[in-house]
Each structure stands twice: as C-alpha cells, then as structure tokens.
Design a protein around this ligand. Structure first.
Ligand code: AP5
Length: 216
C-alpha cells in the first residue's frame, strides 16, 4: 500500500517521511532524492533532469514514471510512504491506473504549512551533499557547522533553495500540484494534517492519522 505525502516545497515531507521510515517501518520513496542521486551520478536521466530541477520546474512525466517504477519495485505487502509524487493530475492518474493492482494508494496526506513558514524553512535548509540528510540552520542544525552528523559529508544549501528558485517552486506547486488535492478528495482518500509546529509535533499528528486510517 502507498501513503502519498503531499505538500508545498518545504512543508516537511522529506523530514516526516524519514521519521516514518525510521520509527514506523514504512519504506520511503522520494522522487526528489532519486533525481538528486541521478544528478550526482551524472546519469543520462540526471543530466536531463538537472536543467528542470535547477530552475525549480517539474521534470517531464515520462522520466518520473520510469523512476517511480524502479523505486517502487515489484515487492507487494509493504508500506510505502511516497514523497514528491504525484506532482500533477496526470501523475496522479498514472499512479492509480498503472499501479493500483500491486500498490494501491490508501491515503493522500497533505502537510499544510503557510507560505511564510515555507519560505523560512527553505531559506534555512541545509542538505548533506553526500547522503542527502536534511538540516535547518535554526530548527535542526548539524552538531558541527557544515558537517553531516550522519556521514561526515559537507552540508550545503541546495541549489534550488535560493530565493528566486523557491518563488518559482511555490508557483509551480500552486498551479500544477495543488489540483492533485482535489483528485484525492474526489476519491475519498484525502486527509489534511497541520504541518506547523515542531517536527515532533507534526510527526505525532501524522502517526495518529495513520493509525486511525491504516492501522499504524
Ligand atoms: P523535492 O525534493 O520533492 O522538493 P520539494 O517538493 O520542493 O520539497 P522539498 O524537498 O523542498 O521540501 P520538503 O517538503 O521535503 O521539506 P523538508 O522536510 O526538506 O523535488 C525537487 C525537484 O525535483 C522538483 O522541484 C522537481 O524539479 C523535481 N521533482 C521531484 N519529484 C518530481 C515529480 N514527481 N515530478 C516532476 N518533477 C519532480 O523540510 C524543509 C526544511 O524545513 C528543512 O530544513 C527541515 O529541517 C525544516 N523543517 C521540516 N519540518 C520542520 C518543522 N516542523 N519545523 C521547523 N523546521 C522544519
């Protein structure tokens, strides 16, 4: 089964998906992480995708579907938390049309955070360029400045976290991704969770929601 975790850039999807994987035995699948891995390894997909990602635009749907199929795999009977997909209504349709037989979406959880908070979170985010661990200069800094607690790699600002790119990513979210919420509302799968407050507070809300909706 798949839990779709949706929300604007900076809503905390990656942070919460990581916690759900660590503490609740979900498998995290993140299309953003997969794309960044391709970029880092300079694969053909990565080279093509980098142009879109650097500008804060969506990477074409066919590339994303290829990545999704690879990441989801064929194993059934697992709990997947899907971060970053679907990003438009066509992707949502593809997910429900092509994967429902093996991996049905049972909930789409929207992390709701206001624009001021989103901007603050993204402007303060720092990311390990080796393992992808995410930090925030105020809310969750690494113990030693610029050094990843998890792997010792260098902690830097993501190239798409500069103010002009953040503004474009928020526009893309409004215009292309927000309609996905209605797609799931129409199917009775949509749940909104308040994404404000500390990471732990948001995590507790999510856990309660998942326990009520899917038994844990
Ligand atoms: P992706 O990596 O998915 O980026 P995003 O959706 O813009 O989301 P972010 O990673 O920016 O934010 P998040 O919600 O995960 O927040 P986080 O937990 O890090 O995609 C990147 C690009 O890849 C896209 O622009 C696109 O080009 C491409 N792409 C990916 N998927 C695609 C698809 N399906 N189709 C087409 N293109 C695709 O938190 C943010 C910061 O806030 C961190 O510093 C964190 O420490 C901090 N924080 C988190 N929670 C809290 C809290 N409760 N309180 C205080 N700080 C907090």
């Amino acid at each position: 089964m798949i839990i779709v975790l949706t929300g604007a850039p900076g809503a905390g999807k990656g942070t919460q998906a990581e916690l759900l994987a660590e503490k609740c035995h979900y498998r995290k699948v993140s299309t953003g992480d997969s794309l960044r891995k391709h970029v880092k390894e300079k694969t053909k997909i990565g080279q093509d995708a980098a142009v879109y990602m650097d500008a804060g635009n969506l990477v074409p749907d066919d590339v994303l579907f290829e990545i999704l199929l690879h990441e989801i795999g064929t194993k059934k009977d697992e709990k997947i938390i899907l971060d970053g997909y679907p990003r438009n209504v066509d992707q949502a349709k593809t997910l429900s049309d092509k994967l429902a037989g093996t991996h049905a979406v049972v909930r789409a959880i929207h992390l709701d955070v206001n624009k001021d908070q989103l901007t603050k979170r993204l402007s303060g985010r720092r990311t390990c360029q080796d393992c992808g661990a995410s930090y925030h200069i105020e809310a969750n800094p690494p113990s030693s400045e610029g050094v990843c607690d998890r792997c010792g790699g260098q902690v830097i600002r993501r190239s798409d976290d500069s103010p002009d790119k953040v503004a474009n990513r928020l526009d893309v979210y409004e215009n292309k991704t927000k309609p996905v919420l209605d797609f799931y509302k129409d199917r009775g799968l949509f749940v909104k969770v308040d994404g404000a407050g500390s990471t732990q507070e948001v995590f507790n809300r999510l856990k309660n929601e998942l326990a009520a909706a899917c038994g844990g």
